[in-house]
Design a protein around this ligand. Structure first.
Ligand SMILES: Cc1cc2nc3c(=O)[nH]c(=O)nc-3n(C[C@H](O)[C@H](O)[C@H](O)COP(=O)(O)OP(=O)(O)OC[C@H]3O[C@@H](n4cnc5c(N)ncnc54)[C@H](O)[C@@H]3O)c2cc1C
Length: 372
């Protein structure tokens, strides 16, 4: 059973946030920066954040040309461009909160590889650039076909390449470690190994790992930033898990490219990490099968990544796979983040879809607006 001391000092807070991914931590930091006296607790089920934030590819991106065109078709010009703006604002807020050196920030820019199937997108560069003028002030995209061969890509498969100078890459692990340290520096308490099972008004219920009892944390304000896992706690929230699989290859001496690269409306993505290549995606090969919260591999997707690596990205280059992993994203129907106050007064914030590293610092501000 809990001791008198534990009950006296460990259970009462102004604000409890569930989930220590980038959104939960950014929200905690945003509140503490604005209201330094607030006593904030973050509860995390895993030994590390265990969803998407420490599993992603480390792109600071706002949407590739074909992805923006697909978004315009899905939700209209205004919503699609607003989302790009939020991602861009989020990237800049993240850079204000975390020093570039402390997240491995490198601004080599971003590229999209366009194959024959997507070729018509090239004719729409000017149209999309004009829509994005208000955000970037200059053209966001330009053709860079001359780099296809320079980077060693297979020019039989890749017909065009579109460059954006506004995209960058980070070291995801370093960024998250720095964000955790910054939150702790601000005085935010983080408890790991605390899986929240239920909520009552102003109460957050965790099953104690080693004792046969519930631990009930109390707070004026409760915020859930549990992304893909939200529907377990709030079935009324519509969020679908989507698994992402990633492989990393051992360093290649003289790797020919630097930057972040998108392919096929962003369903595939690769980048250099020094002289390594990190390559992920392929969820679109089996949308239904990848709607899972399981951190397992889908061999047919791994096989597809390997085949694209060999035939398109590193043709004729010897390489060795060093490691692979999976992470779980959360998707809303219209790909827009969603913040709701639930029946038991919890502010539930989902989900940054496939671009939460870019978006989270901005969405954290929107969450704080919900707090009276
Ligand atoms: C393979 C992959 C590549 C990606 N690449 C990029 C990229 O390059 N750029 C980009 O911007 N975005 C990328 N993303 C998306 C990005 O990582 C996510 O949008 C972002 O991390 C979401 O952050 P979050 O804090 O909302 O969710 P999460 O990081 O999933 O955090 C949710 C947290 O809640 C915890 N939790 C859940 N339920 C409970 C509970 N009941 N009790 C306690 N804790 C709980 C989980 O353990 C988890 O730590 C990628 C994602 C993946 C998987």
């Amino acid at each position: 059973m809990l001791s008198f001391w534990e009950k006296n000092s460990f259970l009462d807070y102004d604000i409890v946030i569930v989930g220590s991914g980038i959104l939960g931590l950014s929200t905690a930091c945003e509140i503490k920066e604005r209201f330094p006296k607030k006593d904030i607790l973050v509860l995390e089920r895993g030994i590390f954040p265990t969803g998407a934030s420490t599993k992603n590819a480390g792109f600071l991106c706002f949407g590739s040309l074909t992805e923006i065109l697909a978004d315009i078709a899905l939700k209209g010009e205004e919503n699609a461009i607003k989302l790009v703006e939020k991602r861009w604002l989020g990237i800049n807020l993240l850079k204000q909160r975390i020093d570039e050196n402390k997240m491995g920030y490198l601004s080599y820019g971003g590229y999209e590889l366009i194959d024959e199937k997507a070729g018509s997108a090239i004719e729409k560069i000017e149209y999309v650039n004009s829509l994005l003028q208000g955000i970037f002030g200059v053209n966001a995209f330009e053709l860079r076909n001359e780099d296809i061969r320079k980077f060693g890509f297979n020019s039989d498969k890749i017909r065009s390449m579109v460059f954006s100078p506004f995209e960058a890459q980070i070291d995801t692990g370093l960024m998250m470690k720095t964000l955790i340290k910054y939150a702790q520096f601000l005085g935010i308490q983080i408890i790991n190994g605390a899986e929240v099972k239920d909520f009552k008004k102003s109460q957050v219920i965790v099953k104690h790992q080693y004792m046969d009892e519930e631990v009930i944390f109390k707070a004026e304000t409760v915020i859930a930033c549990t992304n893909a896992f939200t529907r377990k706690l709030f079935p009324e929230m519509i969020v679908t898990p989507g698994r992402g699989q990633v492989i990393v290859i051992k360093p290649i001496t003289g790797l020919k490219f630097k930057g972040i690269f998108h392919y096929d409306e962003g369903y595939y993505y690769f980048r250099n990490y020094g002289e390594r290549v990190i390559f992920g995606g392929g969820r679109n090969l089996d949308f239904k099968g990848e709607e899972t919260e399981e951190f397992a591999f889908n061999q047919s997707i791994i096989d597809d990544l390997v085949s694209k690596l060999e035939s398109m990205i590193l043709p004729g280059t010897n390489y060795e796979i060093e490691d692979m992993w999976t992470g779980i994203m959360g998707f809303t129907v219209d790909k827009l983040p969603d913040i709701k106050v639930t029946d038991n007064d919890v502010i539930a914030a989902i989900s940054c879809n496939g671009m939460g590293i870019a978006l989270s610092s901005y969405i954290a501000k929107e969450i704080v607006n919900f707090i009276s």
